[in-house]
Design a protein around this ligand. Structure first.
Ligand SMILES: CCCCC/C=C\C/C=C\C/C=C\C/C=C\CCCC(=O)SCCNC(=O)CCNC(=O)[C@H](O)C(C)(C)COP(=O)(O)OP(=O)(O)OC[C@H]1O[C@@H](n2cnc3c(N)ncnc32)[C@H](O)[C@@H]1OP(=O)(O)O
Length: 240
């Protein structure tokens, strides 16, 4: 059962991003959420208190030893400043909580697709690290049992979502706000539910507003190639 831990404030549908966000830089824009996009049923939503904000990129008891090992490996590399762990909240607006004075907290009525479960273990468990010098992102991803496909392994759409998220994070950290324009995935080997895989993504080239990336998903020992992908992100215009 999902645990509904948020409260509804009606009427507010606008999120204003006021200034640069320290971890994901250059995010400077205003976004309106059309009323039609709001949940049809009355979810109870409110701005979370600081102590209620959960960072999903921190270890939790559902993580497998492989998840923990990858996390520890990149946390150690982070000590040398080559990698940086990316915090992960369950709503876009929550990523920007520190940008707002208390009087201007936006309403949180949406959930990030890959963070839309209130329980651990069942869906997407992942943590991402970014290497600014190399314009690379790695993601340790544990595919939960609710990501099942009809063949019993992880669903191709779930794999696409984690590729989009990892390459999207890499692009946002590199150039700022973007949209996915194109995503091509070759599925090479199924991902067993409950297993942990390593997603490796890098920026290949930047041409004007176009950012091209490539991604590989491999087993934690690198021996099995599960998927390879290319992506094109378009940097959003200043007016957007
Ligand atoms: C957004 C930042 C949020 C950050 C918030 C903070 C924290 C959030 C939390 C976590 C963050 C972590 C990870 C992020 C995760 C995922 C990111 C996913 C993002 C998405 O999931 S987003 C949803 C899916 N996405 C769409 O819903 C896009 C629909 N679409 C459009 O909105 C437009 O279509 C657009 C914008 C793509 C382009 O429109 P546009 O008007 O800006 O640009 P235009 O058309 O002029 O194209 C300029 C040049 O790109 C070339 N070009 C364009 N499209 C192409 C294509 N498909 N193939 C090949 N080339 C293409 C043109 O040919 C031209 O090339 P050239 O300059 O050489 O002529």
């Amino acid at each position: 059962m999902f645990r509904c831990s948020v409260r509804l404030i009606k009427g507010l549908t606008q999120i204003t991003w006021l200034q640069e966000q320290p971890v994901l830089p250059n995010l400077l824009y205003r976004r309106s959420v059309p009323a039609a996009y709001l949940p049809s049923r009355a979810l109870r939503v409110t701005w979370p208190c600081a102590e209620e904000v959960k960072d999903f990129s921190l270890t939790n008891p559902s993580w497998s030893p492989n998840m923990r090992n990858l996390y520890n490996k990149y946390m150690e590399l982070s000590q040398q400043e080559s990698w940086k762990r990316l915090p992960s909240y369950n709503a876009t607006a929550t990523h920007l909580i520190e940008q707002y004075p208390d009087s201007a907290k936006p309403q949180v009525t949406t959930r990030l697709f890959t963070r839309n479960l209130d329980v651990e273990d069942l869906g997407f468990e992942y943590v991402m690290f970014y290497n600014q010098a190399e314009q690379r992102t790695v993601c340790s991803f544990q595919a939960g049992p609710y990501l099942e496909s009809p063949i019993g392994f992880a669903h191709g759409g779930a794999i696409a979502a984690i590729v989009d998220t990892t390459s999207g994070a890499c692009t946002i950290c590199t150039v700022g706000k973007v949209k996915t324009a194109n995503l091509n995935i070759n599925y090479r080997s199924p991902i067993t539910l409950g297993s942990t895989v390593e997603v490796q993504c890098r920026v290949d080239k930047i041409e004007g507003r176009k950012i091209f990336l490539s991604t590989e998903i491999r087993s934690v020992n690198s021996q099995v190639l599960h998927a390879e992908a290319t992506a094109l992100f378009i940097q959003m215009k200043m007016s957007e």
